[in-house]
Design a protein around this ligand. Structure first.
Ligand SMILES: [Fe+2]
Ligand SMILES: [Zn+2]
Length: 451
């Protein structure tokens, strides 16, 4: 057994004045000590679930890990208001308040619903543990009211302050930015319809391809609306918008949208006039599905462009224009069919946590008048837009898809722009949208991608 390191904390009286508390802090910091806990690596692996074997129990010798039977150190610095823990190569700065707020006991966290049960504002902002013990399993704290918490090491490595950023989404899953030639040479084989419906492996492959490239195909889909829907529902619930769930359309101008014609359509993202997330009929779709059910004419190819690559190029070559498109809001609108939708949005939206590019909206058709911008911002926007548009329209950026009955295309409408060449003859298309939440859910559950 590793040694226990009991640390006694002097409980602060809640009646202490601020100045007295400062004195206590100074005294405590000056008495700071470093504690070391030796953990045998075979235990370490079993504790942290890093070992490929899941059958060994704590304390047993694992045949996978026994060759790496070296000592690992876990060290702690304790200060007046937080603990600095070093586990593996990571350093955590956990305030005692954060620790109490993240108590994992059944009273504070419901493992069945994964819901946090602590009302954060009811925790004493100056809370200090009564005792803190470190064992092979984790860090154990007894709080002033004798409430007890254990933070397993694997939980801390996963959820400690700053770990979400440090862990990223794993090295195996990255967006692969592409131009037309790159996607041509790299796009994985289509997933088969029957395999998609019957195996988790095919669903995993589909989700990995979607995450990596923002576009994927399912082949051998019977050319009907119903079978297209069945294939899509392997990913998630189909979004119900004012277009309906499944939209099967032809060039009859059934809706007030150029999509319902046979005209040429420049590269764009859809539904920039929808909010995300703001209710059933106002969600900006993430995944878009297009499946040609019938075509007896010529033309109609879909030019597809990786919007992430285009704005990444913009960021590297023209950072000031990149910033402009992150900063200046546009208005997306849909006016017609007795509807008047109007939504402010940014051409480029960054993830608020990782600051990576998360969402590109590019739709000249649906853009409202720039009546809300200053003259200065209008000038900046036009300059930035022109450079981005050149990148998007460059022939080398485009990957052409020839729609065929039986081959269903799925793409991330937050990333990949689509268009359509004009066509002749009768053509029937079906398609639908899937919300961002459903898409991300399936990435996590089917492909184990941290997003
Ligand atoms: Fe479209
Ligand atoms: Zn608790």
């Amino acid at each position: 057994m590793a040694s226990l390191v009991p640390l006694l904390f002097r409980r602060l009286s809640r009646t202490l004045t601020t100045s007295v508390r400062r004195q206590h802090l100074l005294k405590s910091v000056s008495q700071r000590q470093t504690y070391q806990l030796q953990i045998n690596q075979r235990h370490w692996f079993s504790t942290l679930s890093k070992c490929p074997s899941s059958i060994h129990t704590f304390g047993s010798i694992c045949r996978h890990c026994s060759s790496a039977n070296t000592e690992k150190k876990v060290t702690f610095d304790l200060t007046d208001d937080h603990v600095i823990a070093r586990l593996q190569d990571k350093t955590f700065h956990c305030s005692y308040f954060w620790l109490r707020d993240h108590c994992q006991c059944p009273e504070c966290f419901d493992v069945n619903t994964n819901q946090h049960l602590v009302a954060t504002d009811t925790v004493d902002p100056d809370i200090v543990p009564k005792t803190l013990n470190c064992t092979e399993e984790g860090m154990n704290i007894v709080w002033p009211d004798n409430h007890e918490t254990c933070y397993p090491w694997d939980w801390l490595l996963e959820n400690g302050p700053g770990q979400h950023l440090a862990n990223g989404n794993g090295t195996d899953h990255k967006h692969v930015l592409w131009d037309g030639a790159a996607l041509q040479s790299q796009l994985p084989a289509d997933v088969g319809f029957d395999e998609l419906l019957s195996t988790d492996e095919a669903l995993k492959t589909l989700m990995e391809t979607l995450y990596k490239y923002g576009i994927a195909f399912v082949c051998n889909v019977p050319p009907t609306e119903e079978d297209t829907q069945t294939a899509v529902e392997r990913i998630g619930a189909i979004l119900d918008t004012f277009y309906g769930k499944m939209w099967t359309f032809t060039a009859d101008l059934a809706m007030a949208d150029t999509a319902f014609t046979n005209a040429n359509l420049d590269s764009h993202t859809d539904t920039s006039y929808f909010y995300e997330p703001a209710g059933l009929n106002n969600v900006c779709p993430s995944l878009q599905v297009l499946h040609c059910l019938h075509h007896d004419g010529t033309g109609g190819e879909n030019p597809m462009v990786d919007g992430f690559r285009a704005v990444d190029t913009l960021r590297r070559n023209y950072p000031e224009h990149f910033d402009t498109l992150c900063r200046i809001p546009l208005i997306g609108q849909y006016i017609g069919d007795s509807r008047n939708l109007s939504t402010p949005y940014y051409t480029i939206a960054l993830n608020p946590i990782t600051h990576e590019i998360e969402h590109v909206r590019f739709n000249v058709y649906d853009r409202g008048p720039l009546s809300h911008l200053s003259e200065e911002d209008i000038t900046a926007y036009y300059k930035a837009f022109r450079i981005l548009a050149q990148e998007i329209r460059d022939p080398s950026s485009i990957y052409y898809v020839i729609p065929k009955p039986g081959r269903m295309m799925i793409f991330d409408n937050w990333r990949v722009l689509h268009g359509r060449k004009g066509f002749t003859g009768k053509r029937i298309m079906t398609g639908c949208y899937v919300s961002r939440c459903e898409y991300l859910n399936r990435l996590r559950t089917a492909a184990n991608i941290r997003v």
